[in-house]
Ligand binder design. Structure first.
Ligand SMILES: C[S@@+](CC[C@H](N)C(=O)[O-])C[C@H]1O[C@@H](n2cnc3c(N)ncnc32)[C@H](O)[C@@H]1O
Length: 269
């Protein structure tokens, strides 16, 4: 590794690891720093399939964006916990199938803000916006001016909370947070979630969580029933709450439990 000092964009703290940058490292991106790579590697030591898991999670984003537009007729999305742009981004897939699709991205990490411009390149017919906000304050997300100019709350919305809820501690009650967002969504809206779990490989996952929390991060693996609660009384679409690789896979999957995430999509009655 180079001895050249690392230079951080304004507002980006390179002395503490950040989830967006660790995830970027696993996905082969360049927007990460030594502190992120150290924790990322410690987590790979615990879970050798970590990069595969990140890739499977990304593939779920692609399948959900496609299916929600093509099969469910969704034309607008609220994506909270967007991450550093990774092509194809959600709006690019949605607009591939419906050029008029609109997406509002939300993240609270300054490094994602640095790249927000890349997330806002939309088709002429559609719209893609970025707002810097915190999921732990859902009211401020819902009150945002740009969000309200972009999304039409009289039509179904695709609410995507992909690999973000594990970054909210139980003490911050992520279930109530998601309740607030779900309540505001119009009837027919869809909620997509992926969430890491220790249900399939407790030792590996607990060691990875310990590596992250030991470095000062918040990271919580949750059980099937804890993840199910995020959907409230919404109806899970087929195939239900399943390992992320088995949610409507494009090709048969040999070992669906090799990526330690629960995933599901549910509709508001
Ligand atoms: C692991 S990345 C997931 C990126 C993308 N959703 C995906 O699955 O490919 C998690 C993202 O959630 C963001 N995040 C974490 N806590 C957040 C919060 N309280 N409010 C908003 N964003 C948050 C992080 O900054 C990071 O970009």
């Amino acid at each position: 590794m180079s001895d050249t000092p690392e230079v951080a964009p304004p507002g980006v703290n390179i002395n503490v690891p950040h989830s967006a940058r660790i995830y970027d490292y696993w996905l082969g991106g360049k927007d990460n720093f030594a502190v992120d790579r150290a924790v990322g590697e410690a987590m790979i030591k615990a879970i050798p399939g970590m990069r595969y898991m990140a890739g499977e999670n990304r593939k779920f984003v692609h399948r959900v964006a496609r299916d929600l537009v093509k099969k469910e007729g969704v034309r607008q999305f609220l994506d909270v916990g967007t991450g550093i742009p990774t092509r194809p981004n959600l709006h690019e897939i949605a607009q591939r199938h419906a050029r008029e699709a609109r997406v509002v991205y939300v993240d609270n990490d300054p490094i994602v803000l640095v790249h927000a411009r890349a997330l806002m390149i939309s088709t002429d017919e559609g719209r893609s916006e970025y707002i810097s906000a915190d999921l732990r304050d859902p009211e401020s997300i819902l009150a945002d001016k740009v969000l309200n100019e972009t999304l039409d709350f009289s039509e179904p919305i695709g609410l995507t909370l992909i690999a973000i809820l594990m970054l909210i501690a139980d003490e911050d009650d992520p279930w109530s947070t998601v309740d607030v967002l779900r309540d505001k969504m119009p009837s027919g809206s869809l909620l997509a979630i992926t969430h890491p779990t220790a249900d399939f490989a407790p030792d590996e996952v607990n060691e990875a969580v310990a590596a992250a929390t030991g470095a000062g991060m918040t990271l919580v693996a949750r059980t099937e029933s804890q993840v199910r609660r995020f959907f409230g009384d919404w109806e899970l679409l087929e195939p239900g709450l399943v390992p992320v690789s088995s949610w409507r896979p494009d090709e048969p999957v040999d070992n669906p439990k090799a990526a330690y995430y629960w995933s599901g999509v549910a509709r508001k009655p």
